[in-house]
Design a protein around this ligand. Structure first.
Ligand code: HAM
Length: 432
């Protein structure tokens, strides 16, 4: 036993965990491709001030920050959005819009470690910059849901809960909340499912909202869209937000996700910069923390990059998703074995066997061979135990004739073929 272990909240990825991580990354890459997003990345360490102003206290309190040897105040990135805004902001003039970018950064937050929350995680970020249309909002959520669909999950497993901060603002103003108090009122609603009601009312009371009004505000987050229209139909802001949501839900239905999405005014999002439609995806049982969260953040470019462009995006973490895949028995647990083992029967054919290894690898096959002469039987057994499907036993006859003896390690059968024929069959199988 070594006395060293990973730091709390940081993971070691042994091959088993790595294969699940790989499974998730493959789905992320595939969806980014299917939805037409370009990959980018940024530095894992950024200037502290990039986060302090705009991400809001929830993230700032969790920063991994320090002073570097040059005296700079720096922080490990806790989220990707400020980096994205910085990068796109620097080049946006020549870029065709909308910009659609994807990244899969590792992020760091000094959180209290708990189920689904660690001090590092990976996140798929998809962001669309320079687009106001609600169709972009719908397409964005469709992409997040498509990741889940691709991994074998369905609307019985997960649900996207959607709201709109403009709608929240509109209704809260109707209920007498002052413009200046809206951020605090939203932060109270954000805690609705985590804090007891008296505490929430107490927080609202501090904004000068009496108990009766406070109750009404908390209750309005349970209303559906039809009821909101009935009660607040005289407010143009509310009607506009509701009409927009109608278009949004209609587009999502047409994109194939009608059963995956619900309207839910309790969704606010913890980060300060959101301005429009916001969403979070949860497991249906509600046992785990959010799988994915995002929304529209139309003001962030002007405050961080000095340009006025609308934007929207999401962050989709690997930790909660990994838990869900494990729970539903959808997680890949085995590292991918090589396709083939080549076993030389003795030293006289070693060089010829290695030449064959090299040709097969060049053709794209995964090929291993034993480093020590320990007997053919033992070598075949070891290859089978490692999950390798086939072995080529290479002896002087094969080296002379160019014929190959291919053994199916699971079935224990043998067949004779040539290297050319074998490569052709393997190419047909793998599509290479
Ligand atoms: P966020 O809600 O802070 O949003 O994080 C998004 C997702 O990342 C969460 O739903 C969760 O799956 C995962 N996550 C966050 N913190 C942790 C943690 N400590 N451990 C494990 N998983 C975690 C953002 O970060 C926004 N920047 C997303 C975004 C992109 N909005 C627009 N574009």
């Amino acid at each position: 036993m070594t006395k060293h272990t990973a730091l709390p909240g940081f993971r070691d990825f042994y091959p088993e965990e790595m294969s699940r991580r790989q499974q998730i990354f493959e789905a992320w890459h595939e969806v980014a491709r299917r939805f037409g997003f370009d990959l980018y990345d940024g530095p894992p360490l950024e200037a502290l001030e990039l986060y302090v102003e705009k991400s809001g206290p929830e993230i700032v309190n969790q920063l991994f920050n320090f002073t570097d040897k040059g005296g700079r105040e720096v922080a490990l990135r806790p989220e990707m959005t400020p980096t994205l805004v910085r990068m796109v902001g620097a080049r946006i003039k020549g870029m065709p819009r909308p910009v659609r970018w994807a990244s899969m950064p590792q992020l760091f937050r000094y959180e209290k470690q708990q189920r689904g929350r660690l001090r590092e995680h990976f996140q798929l970020n998809l962001d669309i910059i320079g687009e106001e249309s609600v169709l972009a909002d719908a397409d964005l959520l469709a992409a997040a849901l498509d990741v889940l669909r691709l991994l074998g999950l369905g609307p019985g497993d997960v649900v996207a809960r959607v709201s709109d901060r403009r709608l929240l603002h509109g209704t809260l103003v109707q209920e007498g909340v002052k413009e200046a108090d809206l951020p605090l009122a939203l932060s109270v609603i954000d805690k609705i499912e985590r804090e007891p009601r008296p505490e929430l009312l107490e927080r609202l009371a501090r904004l000068g909202i009496d108990r009766a009004r406070g109750e009404k505000i908390l209750d309005l987050t349970a209303l559906d869209r039809a009821e909101l229209r009935r009660r607040y139909g005289s407010s143009p802001a509310v009607v506009e937000a509701l009409d927009r949501l109608d278009d949004y839900f209609e587009a999502l239905a047409a994109l194939g996700f009608a059963d995956w999405v619900v309207f839910d005014m309790k969704i606010v999002r913890g980060l300060a910069y959101y301005t429009g439609i916001v969403f979070e995806i949860f497991d249906r049982k509600g046992e785990l923390r959010a799988i994915c969260g995002g929304g529209r953040y139309d003001g962030l470019f002007s405050s961080l990059a000095g340009i006025d462009v609308p934007a929207l995006g999401f962050g989709f973490g690997d930790v909660v998703l990994g838990e869900l895949l494990k729970e539903r028995k959808l997680a890949r647990t085995e590292a991918r074995p090589a396709d083939l083992a080549i076993v030389a029967v003795d030293e006289s054919v070693r060089a010829e066997a290695l030449r064959t290894v090299s040709r097969l690898r060049a053709a794209g096959l995964g090929v291993v061979f034993p480093y020590r002469a320990a007997g053919v039987g033992k070598a075949l057994k070891a290859a089978g135990a490692a999950g390798i499907r086939e072995a080529i036993v290479f002896g002087p006859d094969e080296a002379a004739s160019g014929e190959l003896v291919v053994r199916d390690l699971a079935a224990g059968t043998e067949r004779r073929t040539t290297l050319e024929q074998y490569l052709k069959e393997a190419g047909d199988r793998t599509g290479r």
